[in-house]
Ligand binder design. Structure first.
Ligand code: SF4
Length: 329
């Protein structure tokens, strides 16, 4: 086995069945990172509690998400995949780290302000402490690399500050200051052609959808708004269907559509049909694997249980070192 470059940690909220936006924006990268890094992927159900109105789907959503991760190519024999709350040491480390975290810094973070605006009826403590719990997630497993998109960069910088404060306060080097692995993650626009793909906006295409459902969603995609009639020339650079073509279609087809759209040589219906066919072809291996795993639901729970055991081992050792450093009896 080739030597790994470091340990990656990343957490994702249990949002159930994943969509193309999740795949292109995160899962694809998760799969690729496994080649070079020792990876730990965590389904962060405790984080989800900060914003969830109801928790009745939490278990099922965690299962569906893990199933999608596995079908997409996460290799559980080398990568640890587990559910955050199954390793309770994270809450203890969260408490300890909260003692070296200035409250003012937390309430100043733009993401806290945004969440507080989004749910003014529920500005709970968990929302404020979210970045501290995130720091506990990363440091508990001694991860030195965290893949982040631009929007999460301030959170990781914050985590690094908390680690420095902890290590300085207790004159230790128990906690590792994680490095940011800046990742150019594409912002995937939904079928409405305007907003980021999201389940809550119902502008998504599920990875696990059937070929027929996928084609149906593609046919609903909003195209260049200036192209009202078949005879109008289009502008591929503003059309979301074309963006998808660039990801899922062969280069010669992309080049052809780029030309034909501009001179109205191809209509949007045909263009979408061709993209849907390529997308379905791309998703076929995923669907087959998913169906295979879904036939044995115990398999997914076994993977998560095994991940929990392996994560627990690291967590317990870290907490021995942390308690010693802090001076807790
Ligand atoms: S032909 Fe294709 S690229 Fe051009 S506007 Fe229609 S859907 Fe978009």
């Amino acid at each position: 086995m080739t030597e790994k470059k470091g340990r990656v940690f990343s957490g994702a909220r249990p949002t159930g069945r994943q969509h193309l936006g999740n795949y292109l924006g995160a899962i694809k990268n998760y799969v690729a990172l496994q080649d070079d890094y020792e990876c730990i992927y965590c389904i962060v159900d405790l984080h989800a509690l900060t914003t969830l109105e109801t928790t009745e789907n939490l278990r099922q959503n965690s299962y569906e998400m893990a199933l999608d991760f596995l079908a997409a190519g996460i290799r559980p024999e080398e990568t640890i995949i587990f559910i955050q709350s199954h390793v309770p040491e994270v809450t203890e480390l969260h408490t300890i780290l909260s003692m070296v975290t200035p409250l003012g810094k937390l309430t100043d973070l733009p993401t806290f302000k945004e969440k507080a605006r989004q749910q003014p009826h529920n500005v709970n403590y968990g929302l404020v402490g979210y970045p501290v719990l995130m720091t506990a997630d990363i440091t508990l497993y001694k991860a030195n690399i965290v893949p982040v998109g631009i929007d999460q960069a301030p959170h990781l910088e914050f985590a690094r500050e908390v680690v420095r404060s902890f290590n300085y306060r207790y004159q230790t080097n128990v906690l590792i200051e994680p490095e940011m692995k800046s990742t150019e993650l594409p912002k995937v626009i939904g079928i409405d052609g305007v907003q980021k793909m999201s389940k809550s906006l119902n502008n998504h295409i599920e990875l696990a959808a059937t070929p027929e459902e996928t084609t149906q969603r593609v046919m609903q995609m909003v195209t260049d708004p200036q192209r009202q009639r078949r005879s109008d020339p289009g502008r591929p650079e503003v059309c979301n269907v074309f963006t998808f073509h660039k990801v899922f279609s062969p280069a010669d087809m992309v080049a052809e559509i780029d030309v034909e759209c501009r001179r109205a040589g191809i209509g949007c219906v045909e263009c979408k049909q061709r993209m849907a066919a390529n997308l379905n072809q791309h998703l076929e291996p995923f669907r087959q694997k998913r169906a295979e795993y879904a036939r044995d639901p115990n398999y997914v729970w076994d993977v998560l249980r095994d991940g929990k055991e392996r994560a627990s081992k690291i967590a317990k050792q870290t907490m021995i070192e942390v308690r010693q450093a802090v001076g807790l009896p």
